[in-house]
Design a protein around this ligand. Sequence first.
Ligand SMILES: Nc1ncnc2c1ncn2[C@@H]1O[C@H](COP(=O)(O)OP(=O)(O)O)[C@@H](O)[C@H]1O
Ligand SMILES: [Mg+2]
Length: 222
Amino acid sequence: MIRFDNVSKRYENGYEALGQLNLSIAEGEMCFLTGHSGAGKSTLLKLIMRMETASQGQVFIKGQNLSRMSNSQVPYLRRNIGVVFQNHQLLFDRSVFDNVALPLLIEGADPIDIGRRVRAALDKVGLLKKEKLNPITLSGGEQQRVGIARAVVNKPPLLLADEPTGNLDPQLSSEIMHLFEEFNEVGVTVVIASHDLSLIARMGHRVITLSDGHLVNDGSTL
Ligand SMILES: Nc1ncnc2c1ncn2[C@@H]1O[C@H](COP(=O)(O)OP(=O)(O)O)[C@@H](O)[C@H]1O
Ligand SMILES: [Mg+2]
């Protein structure tokens, strides 16, 4: 599903955020990406969704070489990738329903389908009863679940999350992680960047550890 072949990423200011990274993540896998602040976790996720491009080496997503991909193809790549951010990036001038519907509106889904698909996603995260509310009235954990519903509403085969539990207490954090596991159990490939080592250790999935842009550990334990 994801392959990094000798990938380096140097930002415009000359800083090398990732150096000669080799990595592959299989379809249907669930794994964590960890490492100190500034290790390169977010950069790696940005390369996968082509928010950034590699300075050297190749990134392949489902066999497609992202450095050979034209900008006009990027929206098609993104449809295959659901993304969850720490600060969830919800729109507070519209309802929970409308926030979750956004990716479907962008891809021009049939309006009849939209209601059904949004409600299915909200049901999955346990927020069906809150569809009419403004997300600003929800708790932090609920807001994060709206962000997850929005990320999965168009059933992407790949789900990326960048510090999805960063602002949540331990109980809510594990609930959110179990939600990701449920998506993984139905075949979604899941990659979660997190520095919450105790939570990651408890989950028992593959852990990829970066340090200063280099892969320093890749295994089933920390
Ligand atoms: N747009 C950018 N321009 C220059 N340097 C950047 C940029 N984005 C990130 N960096 C630097 O790259 C390094 C890795 O950042 P990042 O991938 O965000 O790490 P992490 O997510 O592990 O905290 C950091 O030193 C950061 O300051
Ligand atoms: Mg980061």
